[in-house]
Design a protein around this ligand. Structure first.
Ligand code: ADP
Ligand code: MG
Ligand code: ZN
Length: 510
Protein backbone atom coordinates (compact mmCIF):
# COMPACT_ATOMS: atom_id res chain seq x y z
CA UNK A 1 0.00 0.00 0.00
CA UNK A 2 1.18 3.52 -0.80
CA UNK A 3 0.83 6.31 1.71
CA UNK A 4 0.74 9.94 0.64
CA UNK A 5 1.48 13.21 2.32
CA UNK A 6 2.83 16.62 1.31
CA UNK A 7 5.72 18.98 1.68
CA UNK A 8 6.96 21.95 -0.33
CA UNK A 9 9.91 22.97 -2.53
CA UNK A 10 11.00 26.48 -3.43
CA UNK A 11 11.77 27.75 -6.88
CA UNK A 12 12.76 31.41 -6.81
CA UNK A 13 10.30 33.02 -4.41
CA UNK A 14 7.47 30.62 -5.21
CA UNK A 15 6.68 27.39 -3.41
CA UNK A 16 5.62 24.16 -5.14
CA UNK A 17 3.65 21.42 -3.45
CA UNK A 18 5.60 18.18 -3.39
CA UNK A 19 3.71 14.96 -2.85
CA UNK A 20 5.60 12.38 -0.81
CA UNK A 21 4.65 8.77 -1.61
CA UNK A 22 5.92 6.01 0.62
CA UNK A 23 5.98 2.34 -0.20
CA UNK A 24 7.21 -0.46 2.05
CA UNK A 25 7.72 -3.85 0.48
CA UNK A 26 9.18 -7.14 1.51
CA UNK A 27 12.58 -7.99 0.25
CA UNK A 28 16.09 -6.93 1.02
CA UNK A 29 16.02 -3.99 3.45
CA UNK A 30 16.86 -0.77 1.65
CA UNK A 31 15.97 2.89 1.53
CA UNK A 32 15.61 4.80 -1.75
CA UNK A 33 14.48 8.32 -2.49
CA UNK A 34 13.50 8.97 -6.09
CA UNK A 35 12.13 12.03 -7.91
CA UNK A 36 15.14 14.24 -8.70
CA UNK A 37 16.58 14.68 -5.21
CA UNK A 38 19.93 16.46 -4.91
CA UNK A 39 22.79 15.34 -2.68
CA UNK A 40 21.40 17.14 0.37
CA UNK A 41 18.07 15.33 0.03
CA UNK A 42 19.87 12.00 -0.23
CA UNK A 43 21.62 12.81 3.04
CA UNK A 44 18.22 13.11 4.58
CA UNK A 45 18.04 9.29 4.64
CA UNK A 46 20.63 9.11 7.39
CA UNK A 47 18.97 11.85 9.43
CA UNK A 48 15.52 10.29 9.08
CA UNK A 49 16.79 6.84 10.03
CA UNK A 50 18.56 8.11 13.15
CA UNK A 51 15.71 10.43 14.14
CA UNK A 52 13.14 7.63 13.96
CA UNK A 53 15.32 5.20 15.93
CA UNK A 54 16.23 7.76 18.56
CA UNK A 55 12.57 8.59 19.05
CA UNK A 56 12.06 4.94 20.09
CA UNK A 57 10.26 3.75 16.99
CA UNK A 58 11.53 0.75 15.16
CA UNK A 59 12.97 1.53 11.75
CA UNK A 60 11.30 -0.90 9.30
CA UNK A 61 13.49 -3.75 8.10
CA UNK A 62 11.91 -3.61 4.65
CA UNK A 63 12.48 -2.16 1.25
CA UNK A 64 11.50 1.54 1.54
CA UNK A 65 10.83 3.63 -1.55
CA UNK A 66 10.05 7.31 -1.25
CA UNK A 67 8.88 9.14 -4.36
CA UNK A 68 8.92 12.93 -4.42
CA UNK A 69 6.46 14.08 -7.08
CA UNK A 70 6.37 15.81 -9.49
CA UNK A 71 9.75 14.49 -10.56
CA UNK A 72 10.38 17.49 -12.83
CA UNK A 73 11.19 19.87 -9.97
CA UNK A 74 14.65 19.58 -8.48
CA UNK A 75 14.45 18.91 -4.73
CA UNK A 76 17.06 20.70 -2.70
CA UNK A 77 17.97 21.00 0.96
CA UNK A 78 16.74 19.38 4.11
CA UNK A 79 13.13 20.58 4.25
CA UNK A 80 11.75 17.18 3.20
CA UNK A 81 13.14 15.28 6.23
CA UNK A 82 9.97 15.55 8.26
CA UNK A 83 7.59 14.50 5.50
CA UNK A 84 9.79 11.51 4.65
CA UNK A 85 9.85 10.42 8.30
CA UNK A 86 6.06 10.76 8.47
CA UNK A 87 5.69 8.58 5.38
CA UNK A 88 7.80 5.83 6.92
CA UNK A 89 6.07 6.04 10.30
CA UNK A 90 2.67 5.88 8.58
CA UNK A 91 3.64 2.95 6.40
CA UNK A 92 4.96 1.08 9.44
CA UNK A 93 1.75 1.84 11.35
CA UNK A 94 3.22 3.97 14.11
CA UNK A 95 1.05 6.78 12.77
CA UNK A 96 -2.56 5.72 12.24
CA UNK A 97 -4.01 8.99 10.95
CA UNK A 98 -6.03 8.36 7.79
CA UNK A 99 -5.96 11.95 6.56
CA UNK A 100 -2.29 12.66 6.15
CA UNK A 101 -2.82 13.85 2.59
CA UNK A 102 -4.55 16.92 4.04
CA UNK A 103 -1.37 17.92 5.88
CA UNK A 104 1.95 19.32 4.80
CA UNK A 105 5.14 18.71 6.78
CA UNK A 106 7.97 21.23 6.67
CA UNK A 107 11.12 20.67 8.65
CA UNK A 108 14.62 19.33 9.00
CA UNK A 109 15.34 16.60 11.54
CA UNK A 110 18.10 16.35 14.10
CA UNK A 111 19.51 12.91 14.77
CA UNK A 112 17.71 12.91 18.12
CA UNK A 113 14.32 13.49 16.51
CA UNK A 114 14.02 17.22 17.13
CA UNK A 115 12.19 19.11 14.38
CA UNK A 116 14.31 22.04 13.26
CA UNK A 117 13.26 25.27 11.55
CA UNK A 118 13.97 25.93 7.89
CA UNK A 119 14.23 28.97 5.64
CA UNK A 120 11.44 29.98 3.29
CA UNK A 121 8.44 28.88 5.36
CA UNK A 122 6.40 31.95 4.44
CA UNK A 123 6.41 31.43 0.64
CA UNK A 124 5.90 27.70 1.20
CA UNK A 125 2.79 28.23 3.32
CA UNK A 126 1.38 30.74 0.84
CA UNK A 127 1.63 28.24 -1.99
CA UNK A 128 0.32 25.33 0.10
CA UNK A 129 -2.73 27.43 0.94
CA UNK A 130 -3.23 28.26 -2.73
CA UNK A 131 -3.26 24.52 -3.35
CA UNK A 132 -5.88 23.91 -0.68
CA UNK A 133 -3.54 22.46 1.95
CA UNK A 134 -4.08 24.44 5.12
CA UNK A 135 -2.92 22.07 7.88
CA UNK A 136 0.83 22.44 8.41
CA UNK A 137 3.10 20.71 10.85
CA UNK A 138 6.46 22.34 11.42
CA UNK A 139 9.07 23.38 13.97
CA UNK A 140 8.22 25.77 16.78
CA UNK A 141 10.92 28.04 15.35
CA UNK A 142 8.86 28.54 12.20
CA UNK A 143 5.42 28.84 13.79
CA UNK A 144 5.16 32.65 13.99
CA UNK A 145 6.30 33.10 10.43
CA UNK A 146 3.90 30.49 9.05
CA UNK A 147 0.99 31.98 11.00
CA UNK A 148 1.40 35.21 9.02
CA UNK A 149 -0.60 33.44 6.32
CA UNK A 150 -4.24 33.93 7.16
CA UNK A 151 -6.64 31.03 7.33
CA UNK A 152 -4.17 28.21 7.95
CA UNK A 153 -3.88 25.80 10.86
CA UNK A 154 -0.25 25.79 11.91
CA UNK A 155 0.68 23.03 14.38
CA UNK A 156 4.14 23.55 15.87
CA UNK A 157 5.88 20.43 17.19
CA UNK A 158 9.00 19.93 19.26
CA UNK A 159 10.05 16.52 17.98
CA UNK A 160 8.90 13.36 16.23
CA UNK A 161 7.29 11.79 19.31
CA UNK A 162 5.30 14.96 19.89
CA UNK A 163 4.07 14.87 16.33
CA UNK A 164 3.13 11.16 16.34
CA UNK A 165 1.03 11.61 19.49
CA UNK A 166 -0.74 14.58 17.94
CA UNK A 167 -1.46 12.77 14.68
CA UNK A 168 -2.74 9.74 16.61
CA UNK A 169 -5.13 11.92 18.57
CA UNK A 170 -3.32 11.33 21.86
CA UNK A 171 -2.23 14.91 22.31
CA UNK A 172 -3.82 18.29 21.62
CA UNK A 173 -1.90 21.00 19.85
CA UNK A 174 -3.82 24.23 19.26
CA UNK A 175 -3.29 25.94 15.92
CA UNK A 176 -0.73 28.70 16.37
CA UNK A 177 -2.12 32.22 16.03
CA UNK A 178 -0.40 35.59 15.89
CA UNK A 179 -1.89 39.01 16.57
CA UNK A 180 -2.15 40.37 13.06
CA UNK A 181 -2.75 43.98 14.01
CA UNK A 182 0.28 43.98 16.24
CA UNK A 183 2.36 42.64 13.37
CA UNK A 184 1.24 45.31 10.96
CA UNK A 185 1.83 48.08 13.44
CA UNK A 186 5.14 46.80 14.70
CA UNK A 187 7.86 49.00 13.29
CA UNK A 188 11.54 49.07 13.94
CA UNK A 189 12.87 51.45 16.55
CA UNK A 190 15.33 52.86 14.10
CA UNK A 191 14.23 56.25 12.97
CA UNK A 192 16.04 57.94 10.15
CA UNK A 193 14.42 61.28 9.40
CA UNK A 194 15.46 64.05 7.03
CA UNK A 195 14.79 66.42 9.90
CA UNK A 196 18.24 65.54 11.28
CA UNK A 197 20.07 66.67 8.16
CA UNK A 198 21.13 70.28 8.48
CA UNK A 199 21.50 72.41 5.37
CA UNK A 200 22.19 70.45 2.15
CA UNK A 201 19.00 71.80 0.62
CA UNK A 202 20.08 70.99 -2.93
CA UNK A 203 20.87 67.38 -2.07
CA UNK A 204 17.61 66.94 -0.19
CA UNK A 205 15.65 68.37 -3.09
CA UNK A 206 17.40 65.98 -5.48
CA UNK A 207 16.55 63.01 -3.27
CA UNK A 208 12.95 64.16 -3.19
CA UNK A 209 12.95 64.06 -6.99
CA UNK A 210 14.61 60.63 -6.91
CA UNK A 211 11.93 59.31 -4.56
CA UNK A 212 9.10 60.83 -6.57
CA UNK A 213 10.13 59.28 -9.90
CA UNK A 214 12.06 56.24 -8.54
CA UNK A 215 15.25 57.52 -10.16
CA UNK A 216 18.66 56.00 -9.48
CA UNK A 217 21.12 58.52 -8.09
CA UNK A 218 24.81 59.11 -7.69
CA UNK A 219 26.01 61.39 -4.89
CA UNK A 220 29.29 63.18 -5.30
CA UNK A 221 31.01 64.84 -2.38
CA UNK A 222 34.01 64.86 -0.05
CA UNK A 223 34.24 62.50 2.94
CA UNK A 224 32.09 63.53 5.87
CA UNK A 225 29.73 65.69 3.85
CA UNK A 226 26.76 63.54 4.80
CA UNK A 227 26.29 61.25 1.78
CA UNK A 228 25.69 58.15 3.86
CA UNK A 229 23.43 60.07 6.21
CA UNK A 230 21.32 61.32 3.29
CA UNK A 231 21.10 57.95 1.54
CA UNK A 232 20.01 56.24 4.76
CA UNK A 233 17.03 58.57 4.91
CA UNK A 234 15.72 57.98 1.41
CA UNK A 235 13.40 55.08 2.43
CA UNK A 236 11.72 57.39 4.94
CA UNK A 237 10.24 59.54 2.17
CA UNK A 238 9.19 56.73 -0.16
CA UNK A 239 5.48 55.86 -0.17
CA UNK A 240 4.37 53.31 2.42
CA UNK A 241 4.54 49.72 1.23
CA UNK A 242 1.25 48.07 0.35
CA UNK A 243 0.38 44.79 2.07
CA UNK A 244 1.27 42.84 -1.08
CA UNK A 245 4.64 44.56 -1.28
CA UNK A 246 5.29 43.81 2.39
CA UNK A 247 4.48 40.18 1.87
CA UNK A 248 6.75 39.91 -1.15
CA UNK A 249 9.68 41.49 0.68
CA UNK A 250 9.07 39.30 3.72
CA UNK A 251 9.09 36.22 1.46
CA UNK A 252 12.56 37.13 0.19
CA UNK A 253 13.88 37.60 3.73
CA UNK A 254 12.26 34.32 4.75
CA UNK A 255 14.09 32.46 1.97
CA UNK A 256 17.37 34.17 2.87
CA UNK A 257 16.83 33.21 6.54
CA UNK A 258 17.05 36.87 7.50
CA UNK A 259 13.73 37.45 9.24
CA UNK A 260 15.07 38.86 12.47
CA UNK A 261 11.84 39.17 14.33
CA UNK A 262 10.10 36.06 13.10
CA UNK A 263 6.64 37.27 14.01
CA UNK A 264 6.85 40.39 11.89
CA UNK A 265 6.01 41.25 8.37
CA UNK A 266 8.55 43.66 6.96
CA UNK A 267 6.51 46.83 6.62
CA UNK A 268 9.33 49.35 6.18
CA UNK A 269 11.08 49.68 2.87
CA UNK A 270 14.44 47.95 2.99
CA UNK A 271 17.78 49.75 2.91
CA UNK A 272 20.76 47.59 2.04
CA UNK A 273 24.31 48.83 2.07
CA UNK A 274 26.71 46.05 1.09
CA UNK A 275 30.43 46.59 1.66
CA UNK A 276 32.65 46.95 -1.40
CA UNK A 277 34.33 43.63 -0.68
CA UNK A 278 31.08 41.83 -1.56
CA UNK A 279 31.20 39.11 -4.21
CA UNK A 280 29.13 39.23 -7.37
CA UNK A 281 27.12 36.22 -6.15
CA UNK A 282 26.26 37.88 -2.84
CA UNK A 283 25.25 41.07 -4.61
CA UNK A 284 22.84 39.59 -7.13
CA UNK A 285 22.25 36.13 -5.68
CA UNK A 286 23.20 32.68 -6.82
CA UNK A 287 25.37 29.91 -5.50
CA UNK A 288 24.90 26.16 -5.58
CA UNK A 289 21.91 26.39 -3.27
CA UNK A 290 20.49 29.57 -4.79
CA UNK A 291 19.82 32.42 -2.43
CA UNK A 292 18.63 35.97 -2.99
CA UNK A 293 21.38 38.61 -3.16
CA UNK A 294 21.57 42.13 -1.75
CA UNK A 295 19.79 43.57 -4.78
CA UNK A 296 16.76 41.36 -4.02
CA UNK A 297 16.98 42.03 -0.29
CA UNK A 298 16.63 45.70 -1.27
CA UNK A 299 13.46 44.91 -3.29
CA UNK A 300 10.97 47.81 -3.14
CA UNK A 301 13.57 49.83 -1.25
CA UNK A 302 17.03 51.28 -1.59
CA UNK A 303 20.32 49.63 -2.55
CA UNK A 304 23.19 51.85 -1.44
CA UNK A 305 26.65 51.37 -2.91
CA UNK A 306 28.87 53.58 -0.80
CA UNK A 307 32.08 54.69 -2.52
CA UNK A 308 31.20 52.92 -5.72
CA UNK A 309 34.64 53.05 -7.42
CA UNK A 310 35.92 50.78 -4.61
CA UNK A 311 33.69 47.95 -5.86
CA UNK A 312 35.45 45.62 -8.32
CA UNK A 313 34.36 46.19 -11.90
CA UNK A 314 33.02 42.66 -12.36
CA UNK A 315 30.79 43.13 -9.31
CA UNK A 316 29.33 46.36 -10.65
CA UNK A 317 28.85 44.77 -14.06
CA UNK A 318 26.46 42.12 -12.72
CA UNK A 319 24.13 44.86 -11.50
CA UNK A 320 23.26 45.88 -15.03
CA UNK A 321 20.79 43.11 -15.71
CA UNK A 322 18.77 43.51 -12.48
CA UNK A 323 18.68 47.28 -12.84
CA UNK A 324 17.39 46.87 -16.38
CA UNK A 325 14.91 44.04 -15.76
CA UNK A 326 13.95 44.77 -12.13
CA UNK A 327 14.63 41.15 -11.29
CA UNK A 328 17.57 38.75 -11.09
CA UNK A 329 17.67 35.67 -13.23
CA UNK A 330 19.97 32.90 -12.07
CA UNK A 331 20.77 30.16 -14.54
CA UNK A 332 20.77 26.64 -13.22
CA UNK A 333 21.35 23.25 -14.73
CA UNK A 334 17.62 22.61 -15.01
CA UNK A 335 16.23 26.01 -15.94
CA UNK A 336 16.61 29.41 -14.37
CA UNK A 337 15.09 30.96 -11.29
CA UNK A 338 14.08 34.55 -10.73
CA UNK A 339 14.17 36.78 -7.68
CA UNK A 340 12.49 40.19 -7.80
CA UNK A 341 14.78 43.23 -7.53
CA UNK A 342 12.93 46.50 -7.93
CA UNK A 343 15.27 48.97 -6.26
CA UNK A 344 16.30 52.56 -6.26
CA UNK A 345 20.07 52.50 -6.61
CA UNK A 346 21.88 55.14 -4.60
CA UNK A 347 25.61 55.28 -5.02
CA UNK A 348 28.22 57.62 -3.69
CA UNK A 349 31.64 58.67 -4.87
CA UNK A 350 34.28 61.13 -3.84
CA UNK A 351 34.88 63.76 -6.50
CA UNK A 352 38.49 62.58 -6.92
CA UNK A 353 40.91 60.03 -5.40
CA UNK A 354 41.77 62.29 -2.45
CA UNK A 355 38.17 63.34 -2.00
CA UNK A 356 38.53 67.10 -2.06
CA UNK A 357 38.42 68.13 -5.70
CA UNK A 358 36.43 71.35 -6.03
CA UNK A 359 36.32 71.81 -2.26
CA UNK A 360 36.78 75.33 -0.98
CA UNK A 361 39.63 74.12 1.22
CA UNK A 362 41.81 73.74 -1.89
CA UNK A 363 43.41 70.59 -0.44
CA UNK A 364 43.18 68.60 -3.67
CA UNK A 365 46.28 67.96 -5.73
CA UNK A 366 44.84 65.29 -7.99
CA UNK A 367 45.54 65.64 -11.70
CA UNK A 368 42.72 65.62 -14.22
CA UNK A 369 43.98 62.27 -15.53
CA UNK A 370 43.85 60.77 -12.02
CA UNK A 371 40.33 62.07 -11.60
CA UNK A 372 39.20 60.71 -14.94
CA UNK A 373 40.69 57.30 -14.13
CA UNK A 374 38.98 57.28 -10.78
CA UNK A 375 35.56 58.16 -12.16
CA UNK A 376 36.13 55.88 -15.14
CA UNK A 377 35.97 52.90 -12.79
CA UNK A 378 32.21 53.19 -12.88
CA UNK A 379 31.25 51.54 -16.10
CA UNK A 380 29.37 53.46 -18.75
CA UNK A 381 26.46 51.01 -18.88
CA UNK A 382 25.93 51.42 -15.14
CA UNK A 383 26.14 55.20 -15.45
CA UNK A 384 23.45 54.83 -18.10
CA UNK A 385 21.06 53.64 -15.43
CA UNK A 386 21.63 56.67 -13.19
CA UNK A 387 19.32 59.63 -13.76
CA UNK A 388 20.48 62.08 -11.12
CA UNK A 389 23.93 63.25 -10.06
CA UNK A 390 23.72 64.96 -6.71
CA UNK A 391 26.45 67.20 -5.42
CA UNK A 392 26.91 67.01 -1.69
CA UNK A 393 29.43 69.68 -0.69
CA UNK A 394 31.01 69.92 2.75
CA UNK A 395 28.46 71.13 5.24
CA UNK A 396 28.38 74.83 5.81
CA UNK A 397 29.52 75.74 9.33
CA UNK A 398 26.50 78.00 9.91
CA UNK A 399 24.19 75.16 8.95
CA UNK A 400 25.81 72.52 11.12
CA UNK A 401 26.13 74.77 14.16
CA UNK A 402 22.62 76.18 13.91
CA UNK A 403 19.82 74.68 15.94
CA UNK A 404 17.14 74.85 13.28
CA UNK A 405 15.73 71.53 12.21
CA UNK A 406 15.10 70.58 8.61
CA UNK A 407 11.77 69.55 7.08
CA UNK A 408 10.54 66.19 8.38
CA UNK A 409 10.39 63.09 6.21
CA UNK A 410 6.62 62.87 6.78
CA UNK A 411 6.12 66.29 5.30
CA UNK A 412 8.30 65.57 2.25
CA UNK A 413 6.53 62.25 1.82
CA UNK A 414 3.20 64.00 1.20
CA UNK A 415 4.53 65.70 -1.94
CA UNK A 416 6.02 62.44 -3.16
CA UNK A 417 2.75 60.57 -2.77
CA UNK A 418 1.00 63.18 -4.88
CA UNK A 419 3.63 62.98 -7.60
CA UNK A 420 3.46 59.18 -7.59
CA UNK A 421 -0.31 59.25 -7.97
CA UNK A 422 -0.01 61.41 -11.07
CA UNK A 423 2.42 58.92 -12.57
CA UNK A 424 0.27 55.90 -11.74
CA UNK A 425 -2.67 57.55 -13.48
CA UNK A 426 -0.67 58.61 -16.51
CA UNK A 427 0.86 55.17 -17.07
CA UNK A 428 -2.29 53.14 -16.44
CA UNK A 429 -2.26 50.10 -18.72
CA UNK A 430 1.34 50.75 -19.83
CA UNK A 431 2.89 48.28 -17.41
CA UNK A 432 5.09 50.96 -15.88
CA UNK A 433 4.56 52.99 -12.73
CA UNK A 434 7.20 55.71 -12.52
CA UNK A 435 8.96 58.14 -14.82
CA UNK A 436 12.29 56.34 -14.41
CA UNK A 437 10.78 53.30 -16.15
CA UNK A 438 9.93 55.15 -19.38
CA UNK A 439 11.28 53.36 -22.43
CA UNK A 440 12.83 55.38 -25.28
CA UNK A 441 9.82 54.82 -27.51
CA UNK A 442 7.47 56.12 -24.80
CA UNK A 443 9.45 59.31 -24.32
CA UNK A 444 7.89 61.36 -27.14
CA UNK A 445 4.41 60.35 -25.94
CA UNK A 446 4.83 61.15 -22.26
CA UNK A 447 7.58 63.77 -22.27
CA UNK A 448 6.75 66.09 -25.15
CA UNK A 449 8.39 69.51 -24.94
CA UNK A 450 7.74 72.83 -26.64
CA UNK A 451 10.00 74.87 -28.87
CA UNK A 452 11.48 76.99 -26.10
CA UNK A 453 12.19 73.97 -23.94
CA UNK A 454 13.92 72.31 -26.86
CA UNK A 455 16.02 75.41 -27.37
CA UNK A 456 17.05 75.39 -23.72
CA UNK A 457 18.11 71.77 -23.96
CA UNK A 458 20.05 72.42 -27.15
CA UNK A 459 21.95 75.26 -25.52
CA UNK A 460 22.77 73.14 -22.51
CA UNK A 461 24.07 70.37 -24.73
CA UNK A 462 26.30 72.75 -26.65
CA UNK A 463 27.53 74.61 -23.62
CA UNK A 464 28.19 71.70 -21.29
CA UNK A 465 29.06 69.22 -23.98
CA UNK A 466 26.47 66.78 -22.63
CA UNK A 467 26.56 63.21 -23.81
CA UNK A 468 23.73 61.65 -25.78
CA UNK A 469 22.87 59.44 -22.84
CA UNK A 470 22.08 62.53 -20.81
CA UNK A 471 19.21 63.58 -23.09
CA UNK A 472 16.51 61.09 -22.06
CA UNK A 473 17.69 61.15 -18.44
CA UNK A 474 17.20 64.92 -18.26
CA UNK A 475 13.75 64.65 -19.79
CA UNK A 476 12.64 61.92 -17.37
CA UNK A 477 13.85 63.90 -14.38
CA UNK A 478 12.17 67.04 -15.76
CA UNK A 479 8.95 64.99 -16.04
CA UNK A 480 9.23 64.12 -12.33
CA UNK A 481 9.95 67.71 -11.35
CA UNK A 482 6.82 68.75 -13.26
CA UNK A 483 4.85 66.03 -11.44
CA UNK A 484 6.06 67.31 -8.08
CA UNK A 485 4.76 70.70 -9.08
CA UNK A 486 1.46 69.26 -10.30
CA UNK A 487 2.12 70.40 -13.86
CA UNK A 488 0.97 68.43 -16.90
CA UNK A 489 3.53 70.09 -19.14
CA UNK A 490 7.28 69.97 -18.87
CA UNK A 491 8.36 73.60 -18.73
CA UNK A 492 11.68 75.43 -19.01
CA UNK A 493 12.13 75.61 -15.22
CA UNK A 494 11.77 71.86 -14.93
CA UNK A 495 14.35 71.21 -17.62
CA UNK A 496 16.75 73.77 -16.16
CA UNK A 497 16.59 72.09 -12.77
CA UNK A 498 17.02 68.63 -14.29
CA UNK A 499 20.17 69.81 -16.10
CA UNK A 500 21.60 70.93 -12.77
CA UNK A 501 21.41 67.36 -11.57
CA UNK A 502 23.72 66.03 -14.28
CA UNK A 503 26.84 67.55 -12.81
CA UNK A 504 29.09 64.67 -13.72
CA UNK A 505 28.31 65.17 -17.40
CA UNK A 506 29.09 68.86 -17.11
CA UNK A 507 32.15 68.99 -14.95
CA UNK A 508 34.57 66.46 -16.15
CA UNK A 509 34.25 66.73 -19.87
CA UNK A 510 37.47 68.00 -21.37
N1 ADP B 1 24.12 67.99 6.93
C1 ADP B 1 24.41 67.40 8.10
N2 ADP B 1 23.63 67.60 9.17
C2 ADP B 1 23.91 66.99 10.34
N3 ADP B 1 24.95 66.17 10.53
C3 ADP B 1 25.77 65.92 9.50
C4 ADP B 1 25.52 66.51 8.22
N4 ADP B 1 26.49 66.07 7.38
C5 ADP B 1 27.28 65.27 8.09
N5 ADP B 1 26.86 65.15 9.36
C6 ADP B 1 27.48 64.36 10.41
O1 ADP B 1 28.70 63.86 9.90
C7 ADP B 1 28.71 62.44 9.97
C8 ADP B 1 29.40 61.87 8.76
O2 ADP B 1 28.56 61.95 7.64
P1 ADP B 1 28.49 60.79 6.57
O3 ADP B 1 27.10 60.70 6.11
O4 ADP B 1 29.10 59.55 7.06
O5 ADP B 1 29.41 61.42 5.43
P2 ADP B 1 29.93 60.77 4.10
O6 ADP B 1 29.14 59.53 3.87
O7 ADP B 1 29.69 61.81 3.05
O8 ADP B 1 31.38 60.52 4.29
C9 ADP B 1 27.28 62.04 10.09
O9 ADP B 1 27.11 60.85 10.81
C10 ADP B 1 26.64 63.18 10.81
O10 ADP B 1 26.76 63.01 12.21
MG1 MG C 1 29.90 57.57 3.73
ZN1 ZN D 1 41.78 65.18 -5.07
Amino acid sequence: MIFKTNTCALFGIEGYVIEVETDLSNGLPGFDIVGLPDAAVKESKERVRAAIKNSNFQFPQKRITINLAPAGIRKEGSVFDLAIAVGILRASMFILNEELDGFAFLGELSLDGTVKGINGVLPMCLSLKNNGIIKIILSKDNADEAALVNGMDIYPVENISDMVEFLNGKKDILPHRVDFNAILNAGTDENFDFMDVKGQDMAKRALEIAAAGAHNVLMIGPPGSGKTMLARRLPSILPEMSFEESLEVTKIYSIAGLLKDKSCLITKRPFRSPHHTISAASLVGGGRMPHPGEVSLAHYGVLFLDEMPEFPKNVLEVLRQPLEDECVTISRVNGSITYPAKVILVSSINPCPCGFFGDESGKCNCSLIQIKNYLGKISGPLMDRIDLHIEVPSVDFNDISGSCKGESSASINKRINKARKRQLKRYEGEGIYFNSQLKPKQMPIYCPIGRQEKELLRNAFDRFNLSARAYNRILKVARTIADLEGSDDIKQDHIAEAIQHRSLDRKYTI
